[in-house]
Design a protein around this ligand. Structure first.
Ligand code: MLT
Length: 215
């Protein structure tokens, strides 16, 4: 499969990203969002396991924390810089909208892990118009406010680790309630594991994405 790694030509903020065209243009592409210290390559093998036929758009977070890429700034672990979360979420959503238009794609399903799950959650709060659904692997409330838009029938899977010390289960439950309260269709799964991504996460995500695609 042809792989393109480059800076996307943009009038808005540019993201280093990987784009793989996929083999079935009718499937929703996967928007892969890595965790802290990751990059645009990290989740590509995971995306290919979740849906081998889908196009993949995998940006690198534009924020550096001690040299580690992230999607927004934080003041401490679990303490977010909320104005930065908002600004970066709109930048990412603008980028996603431009990329789907450029490549003639359907709206993507976000698949985010940890910090990537949190920016995907923030997109659901602020810019759900650019997404067809989301898989949030180890997520928490991204903002202190409520979601700004209706999320009618937006399919969202949240996968938490019961022993996750970084993203507590109670916080993920509050995220699920906030999204559900605005109309999203939430499937919240709790795995008997910690913060790291597991094969079970990938298997759950694959089934969920297939369901959205009607497969
Ligand atoms: C975050 O900052 O988004 C969360 O604390 C997860 C992490 O990246 O460690």
């Amino acid at each position: 499969m042809k792989v393109e790694t480059s800076e996307a030509p943009m009038t808005q903020t540019t993201f280093i990203r990987r784009y793989l065209p996929g083999t079935d243009p009718k499937r929703h592409p996967l928007l892969l969002l890595h965790g802290t210290g990751g990059n645009e390559d990290d989740l590509v093998p995971v995306g290919e396991m979740i849906d081998p036929a889908a196009a993949i758009l995998s940006p690198r977070g534009n924020v550096l924390e001690g040299g580690m890429p992230r999607f927004f700034r934080r003041l401490a672990e679990g303490v977010f810089d909320y104005p930065d979360v908002i600004a970066r979420t709109h930048e990412l959503a603008d980028f996603v909208a431009a990329q789907t238009s450029t490549h003639g794609l359907e709206k993507p399903i976000a698949v985010g892990y940890s910090n990537g799950a949190n920016i995907a959650a923030a997109m659901l709060y602020l810019r759900p118009d650019v997404l067809a659904g989301a898989v949030l692997i180890r997520a928490m409330l991204p903002l202190q406010t409520e979601p700004e838009h209706g999320l009618e029938n937006m399919p969202v899977m949240i996968i938490s680790g019961r022993m996750d010390p970084i993203l507590p289960l109670d916080n993920a439950k509050r995220l699920a309630e906030a999204l559900r309260g605005h109309g999203a269709v939430i499937d919240h799964r709790v795995l008997e594991t910690g913060h790291g991504m597991t094969r079970n996460d990938v298997d759950l995500a694959r089934g969920f994405v297939a369901g959205i695609n009607g497969a």
